[in-house]
Design a protein around this ligand. Sequence first.
Ligand code: MG
Ligand code: ZN
Length: 222
Amino acid sequence: MTQGKERIIFCDFDGTITMSDNIVAVIRHFDPPGWRRIVDDVLAERKSIRQGVGELFRLLPSSKKDEMIDFAVNNAVIREGFAELLRFCRYEGIEFYVTSGGIDFFVYPILAKFDIPRDHIFCNGSDFSGERVEITWPHPCEPPCTNDCGMCKTTIMRRFPPGRYERIVIGDSVTDFEAAKMADAVFARSHLTEKCRALGVPYTPFETFYDVIDGLEERVMS
Ligand code: MG
Ligand code: ZN
């Protein structure tokens, strides 16, 4: 391992900490007309993530706020071993950050039962004051990222320079790939494993956070 560096984890939320994607679950559940076309446009890269997510939530009336929060919180299932991973990180002095493309109205309530400082959770914001839900973007891309990420994971990571930090990324999708390329170590599942394999980025596969703890233990001891 890299001697004398502070270990820091950047962990994705949707499909990583939670078993499935909460944005998709909320939109699917409330099923506003027109959402499938927007999702198709994002998947085909005709629209950026930021543009697509903004348009999806604009399909929903702000009056459904409480219903949306309740649905998201009750629907979300936390991946096994998450609390144990947080405990392990605290014990080993590993800083743990959540870097999420999700939205504050579900990210914070779902994580409320875990002891993660609020300033260690990065996600998008939401404004329910108008007729329709408006997503806000407090963490936009900064140069050199031009992907229009919405919540820009690489921008957050660049605040922790590689000379001082050993940067570890945990994620599940193509939206984690740019961060994975910058990382010293990657824990991947689902589409992120395929992308890493195709483009030659080393990774450790995981299904539960117990697998991540095992992988981290090896790094800590080496
Ligand atoms: Mg994800
Ligand atoms: Zn970006």
